[in-house]
Design a protein around this ligand. Sequence first.
Ligand SMILES: [Zn+2]
Ligand SMILES: [Zn+2]
Length: 768
Amino acid sequence: MAQSTDASVAAEITIRGVVQGVGFRPYVQRLAREYRLTGAVRNESGHVVIAARGQEGDIRRFIQALTGRPPSGATVDGVETKVSEDGGTPPAPDFVIADSGQSDFDRTMMTPDIAVCEDCLREMTTPGDPRYRHPFISCISCGPRFSIAGTLPWDRENTTMKEYALCALCAAQYTDEADRRCHAQTVCCNSCGPVLNYRGRDGAAEGAGALDTAISVLKAGGIVAVKGIGGYHIACRPADEAAVGKLRFLKGREAKPFAIMFPDLCGIKKLCRVDAKEAALLLSPARPIVLLDWVHRDFAGNVAGTSRYLGAFLPYAPLQHLILRETGPLVMTSANISSEPIIKDDGAIEAFFETHAGLDGVLSHGRKILRRLDDSVTAVVNNKARFIRRARGYVPLPMEVEALTGCPPLLCCGAQTKSIAAVTNGSLCYPSAELGDLDGAGSLDVYRETVADLSSLFHIAPRYTVCDLHPDYASARYARETGLPVLEVQHHHAHIASVMAEHGLNERVIGVAFDGTGYGPDGTVWGGEFLLAAPDGFARAGHLKAVRLLGGDASVNQCWKTAACYMADAEIKSQAPGEREKIVQAALGGGVNTVFSSSAGRLFDAVAAILGLCEEATYEGQGAVELENAAASCTVKAGDALPLPYTVGEEGGCIVADMAPCIKEVWAEKERDVPAGLLALRFHLTVASLIDHVCRRLRAEHGLAKVCLSGGVFQNRLLSELTAPLLEECGFEVFFNEKVPPNDGGIALGQFYAGGMRCVRGGFGKTD
Ligand SMILES: [Zn+2]
Ligand SMILES: [Zn+2]
């Protein structure tokens, strides 16, 4: 070995990201010894800190190797290195793993579930290996974590693996420092791990037979529930229209696109456009669903209808690999009924099997799932990863808002749909996975359990609750039931504060919050809002003009009714009004059960219905989704299309954008048989242009040049892709959500920032 001649230095290297509970320290130790370094590695407040001494070049190469190829379960988000001259103190004789768990944070560090790693997959497919075809293979770098951990610390006795005593081989590897299963809490093999079981309509099977039976039922067009990591999936082949139809009936899911799990990335690339960022997301240890441009439309028509995107993901549990290698791509949808929580318990799936004849079988095993975790859903928009749903693979990683150091512990209760609760400790926020809509009784029970679980897991006793202003949200009622002092945060302010929290913005910004609905402090329904927002307060600076809509929950899904209301507002008189129009006009005329709403989501619904794209929504936001699909299918380029007209005025010091001229034009153009796709595209351009127009006006008046955009409407990729460049071209700094979803799944983080800042600044007791 050539002797290095460069200087000996000391370096302190701090590594941030998912670096604990993934075998990071043993990996660092091996690598440090390889590069002849001495010193120690330790966990500290959720990071890994390395104190190393050695030749300068060796240290540089060591850092390169460490960040260039971290262990498979780890995600490195940042590296800080401080190099100083070696002070001449005698070097440590070796490189060691220092004791950790000293800080509160380290005692409560919990890793999300990690997809099976390449090393394990290799063993699983090697005949003769003790874990050949073992559906539960795992190691120090991979396997279930949060979903099976009862309490902390992360030890086997605290997980649902405690029921499986280690065999001699596994026990030896568990204690062998040189083995990659040393201290791997989930280690097991074919002779000591959980065993598969299958129950079908004509009988049952165990072990390898269970797997084979499930595969053959799926191949024959059957529908099988498969136990996953955070709950059961229901699976069928996506090319089989009858099976997909049966699955839709089983789930009560009429039209919402299904996600497809593919055996490998090649399979996805055959059908979808996948760029480097999207590939990295698909292959990341969290293995989220990624919404991809769907180029070659394979599969049955009822898998995802006319969707521009296909939700694609890769297997993350070894069992899924074993199945998909045989079956090819599968629809893998959460086992639940519409928006109820995902089924995780064996008893519950048994009951489901008994009562749902459309389900042909259940492939299960004895390892219990303690926490429900749906698959996470992501997309790459404007070249950045974005969440639609943040759950398995990410929860319970905390988010840090530095401005809230010293904040008393809070319980942030989230919203009503896509409910998420978060407990917080100082500057750290631990959001739960998405728990579904709180309308169902089952969801509310899960919500309560989740709050209790997070509080006990992280040893957090909240002193205040933060909730939405809406008096009828179940989450807000829950906040009051706790008996703790309650802080209220307005819905759209919370949306904007979530973006500010993510990007560490502690100043006044322009906030654009476009969503379906939120309770305004004036008692009207808000949803197309321009705010001047600081973390702890806001002023409403502008909004879409409020339009009188029919009240009642049913009307929300009836886009044709919304359209008729917008048409009435725009004073459009059809030549021969149909029955439906007459009904709406009578209701509006009577003024009974009507609401004024500035909702941007409802505006999208109205335009979708006028264009005949979605008369009645079968899932939340379908109108906007169909509108985006139509716009994307338009062959005219966005740069060659023109926005539709709108007017911007002022009422009581507040900017009011009136879309009636736009609605009129959409109607008139449609009557002239202009294609719906072109009009849908022009409508998107209109909304982008309107946002840009109002932001420029606010900048002129208030001198603010940072714009934060959030709310469910920004799940619309086309709108985000049209709006961001417009704003950037005229000099705005533009911020979107990247760590939490822009929909109501992001509300809890916003509540943390808004409520927490009031606590920190001593303004407790005030509402926005
Ligand atoms: Zn592994
Ligand atoms: Zn074993």
